[in-house]
Ligand binder design. Structure first.
Ligand code: CU
Length: 437
């Protein structure tokens, strides 16, 4: 029998030995693909190891034959080239062997792909929306939704000349204020979309990586088997702060999840009011709502809000005082309300570029404190916040914020940082929107 026909058998044997021998070691190497915590991630991992073993065997066989031939049959040893043509055996071998290898890869790969795409019969569904630069999670049928942003410590450490160094921050750039909380053992369907540009929701431990595309809804699913904290990132270059929109998934057992859900529902509105009353936003607030992965995860901003409300009582701006009486109300156009809403929005959406004191980071991010437009031209100010400024980093907030939030943040900017520019009402925003159509 010619040497070539032994090829597939050697390959099969070597793959078996390779997987058996390499696997336990490979699984522990931190630079290998993570094994993950779901059945699909285990499938993906096994598939990866199979491919890896096949590649190694091919490399050894091909390079072995090549190197042996180069040395053994070299010219200086008097080798004479053979002159045969059309060896049927060789031609069959080099057709059959690669075909067999491809089939041995395609069968498990197709099986895994089909399993990954099978989003049927979920126990629950979460809609995931990408924003520049944060994630929004909407628990469909549960009346729970929230934004998930880079945590405060990472946010502070990423600034130019930061007060704390990135080395001091645990899980630097891989931590968020409000993680996605999921129950273990449940099939969770994830609906992915985006509000602005293409993002990609990626958590290696779950083997989920799906593009979030504006105008489309992509589906993915996961069923986590072990409680824990699983971290990932946006995996599609989505603009300036692409590196600052991590994903954190907290998996907890069903009872804890039910408690978390109840807490979210019952206190969410109170918490929002308390945060507003304290005059602090989650991102810009002085009281750090630190997220401790070891601790039983978040009653989200609930705990932080309570803390903030307590601490804020002394130092909050005076309008917080007026506001505390009207918790439960979200409407209202008076200046105090707009300022509260505005500060919340500012600390969430604007502070990263324009800084808490409005000083900005010129020239890329202009100072609002020194801005002629903020001081005197309300129409231009509304237009730029609504539509952004093409060719610059200034994003359009017209589709992200509602009229009251827009009026609030513009009013806040026009009456902070040394300005005294009067009130912009939700009606002004509505009018500006109409004029632009
Ligand atoms: Cu992104």
């Amino acid at each position: 029998m010619s040497r070539a026909t032994w090829g597939p058998w050697w390959a099969v044997l070597a793959v078996v030995i390779g997987i058996a021998g390499v696997d336990p070691v490979a699984a522990q190497l931190e630079y290998n693909m993570p094994r993950g915590v779901t059945a699909v991630s285990e499938n993906v991992y096994q598939l990866h190891m199979l491919m890896f073993a096949i590649c190694c065997v091919l490399a050894v066989v091909v390079f072995g034959v090549m190197i042996y031939s180069i040395i053994r049959f070299r010219h200086s040893r008097g080798a004479v080239p053979a002159t045969f043509h059309e060896s049927t055996m060789v031609e069959i071998a080099w057709t059959v062997v690669p075909f067999a290898i491809l089939i041995s890869i395609a069968i498990p790969a197709a099986g895994t792909l089909i399993r990954m795409e099978d989003t049927s019969n979920p126990d629950m569904t979460v809609k995931v929306t990408g924003y520049q630069w944060q994630w929004h999670y909407d628990y469909l049928d549960e009346d729970v939704e929230f934004f998930s942003r880079l945590d405060e410590q990472s946010y502070l450490a990423r600034q130019r000349d930061p007060d704390i160094s990135p080395q001091e921050v645990e899980n630097y750039l891989l931590n968020v204020d409000n993680p996605l909380v999921l129950p273990v053992g449940k099939k969770v369907r994830l609906l992915m979309t985006s509000n602005d540009v293409i993002h990609s929701w990626w958590v290696p431990d779950l083997a989920v990586k799906k593009d979030a595309i504006p105008g489309f809804i992509n589906e993915a699913w996961t069923q986590i088997e072990q409680p824990g904290v699983y971290r990932g990132q946006c995996a599609e270059l989505c603009g300036r702060d692409h590196a600052y929109m991590p994903v954190v998934v907290v998996a907890m057992n069903e009872a804890d999840y039910a408690d978390w859900l109840n807490e979210q529902r019952s206190t969410a509105s109170d918490a929002t009011d308390q945060v507003l009353a304290a005059g602090m936003g989650p991102a810009g607030g002085a009281a750090g709502g630190e997220f401790d992965p070891a601790a039983p995860p978040p009653p989200a901003d609930v705990a932080a809000a309570g803390e903030m409300a307590a601490e804020g009582a002394a130092g909050a701006a005076q309008d917080a005082q007026d506001a505390s009486g009207e918790s439960g109300q979200s409407g209202g156009d008076d200046e105090a309300t707009l300022m509260r809403v505005g500060e919340e929005v500012y600390s969430t959406h604007c502070v990263a570029c324009h800084r808490p004191d409005g000083s900005g980071m010129p020239p890329a991010f202009p100072s609002l404190a020194d801005s002629e437009m903020v001081a005197s031209d309300a129409a231009a100010h509304i237009a730029i916040v609504l539509n952004g400024k093409p060719g610059t980093a200034m994003a359009a907030f017209g589709s992200i914020l509602d009229d009251e939030q827009l009026a609030g943040v513009i009013t806040y900017e026009r009456n902070s940082f040394g300005h005294d520019g009067g009130v912009v009402t939700p009606q002004d925003i509505e009018q500006a929107r109409e004029e632009m159509q």
